[in-house]
Design a protein around this ligand. Sequence first.
Ligand code: SF4
Length: 496
Amino acid sequence: MLTEMITASMLYDYVQCPHRVTLDLFGDRADRDEVSAFVELLWERGNAFEAEVIEKTEEPFLSFRDEPPTERLRLTSEAMVAREPLIHGGRVVSDDLLGEPDLLRLQGSGYVPGDIKSGAGTERGNEDDDRKPKKHYAVQLAFYADILRRKGHMGDGNPFVWDIHGEEVVYDLDSSRGPRIKASMWEEYEEALEATRAIASRSATTAAAWAGSCKQCHWRSACKLQLEAADDLTLIPELGRATREKLSGVFGTVGDLAAAELETFISGSKTTIKGVGAKVLARLHARACLQKEDDPQPYFVEHVELPGDRFELFFDVETDPMRGVCYLHGFVERADSDPESERYVPFLAEEPSAEAEEAAFAKAWAYVDSSNPSALFYYSPYEKTTWLQLAERYPGIATSTQVTGLFETDAAFDLYHGLVRSKMIWPTRGLGIKDVAAFLGFEWRDVEPSGAASIQWYHEWVESGSAETRQRILEYNEDDCLAMRVLADVIRGLAT
Ligand code: SF4
């Protein structure tokens, strides 16, 4: 039997979802969905950005990107022997590992691999963390380093990413991605490599698990059908692959969990299920029970007081990670719960430049500051983290302290963390604003509303200047704000 070559993109997929590796290798191609327009845009932007960066590179380099694959292998090998300073689009192979790092840079006794990424080189862990390396970038870089080590070509230093902000982000593979992660990035890579090899050789099987990554995956329809037929536990919000693993052997389906006598498993704050605490099990059980009801309705598990309705703002930002720009701050404002007073107020960056981004942020900040809202609603900490990043970039508009201060006022309210996720039980499969507002009957005007689609429209608008596309971006954002308003109104009604 031929050995399947392992590639960096297989490891990338493994980090997103192990089952995607299985399906890409062995799935029935007839079951695949079309590649989403957003994913296509990511590929296009990735290629365009790489070409742009390479064109501007001042260091002398050799590029083999346009050579046929077998030639790339030979040419890369010869270039490394000749100690060329920088190789673009090379190809390296060792054993069953086939790597195509964007860059190979001569450093000391050999080469250090690098990738050109049309995204930020790091990500924000949680609110208090500094920025941390991305796991999917780390496993790919470690993979290239592994091949170079095996071939005796690894240089002195660590792999790196040239990112969308023009920064070189170094990945120290011997360290971990954050204080809460015990394994080093190298150890995470070794685990991913072993697991990917086991999938490729069919010595390990995987199962679908419903998660955020499914939205843009070309197997989403096939997996959804299969998960629904199996009444799979991952159809419960926040019950992912890892928790399903812990529950396996005790509960196999949503129905099993819903039918469980909870007290049999719970003692104080603990349960008989390793790694699952009483609070978490009770919450998942409640969601399973509600999903199984004939006419399920969301309910409170804890009382919540929403900020007053004297002057409310429902706030949503849109960002383009590929361009590294926050392009829209949208607000629906309303006074005294009076529908007549309701108005949408957008601040759009009219082009993807730092100047336009700063100008939009300045107007949005001044608007909130002068509005003195009694309530500033948003959904998840994304608005806060985005504004903190903008404050870092444009401290002349607002400092980080001022932004933090705004989100610490009594008016600021995160409807996701402060309400939907923690204080209520919902029968929906997800807890995003799309899930809960749609459950409440709210309809987006657009047929395919999503943050990813909005990024795609923004890209189209930047390219074409189409007034229609601009309007589509604004309407989508306005609807996201209105969805929050609908949610807040229903919650106020439920609470009384
Ligand atoms: S749809 Fe989801 S579960 Fe299925 S392969 Fe894709 S990411 Fe994995």
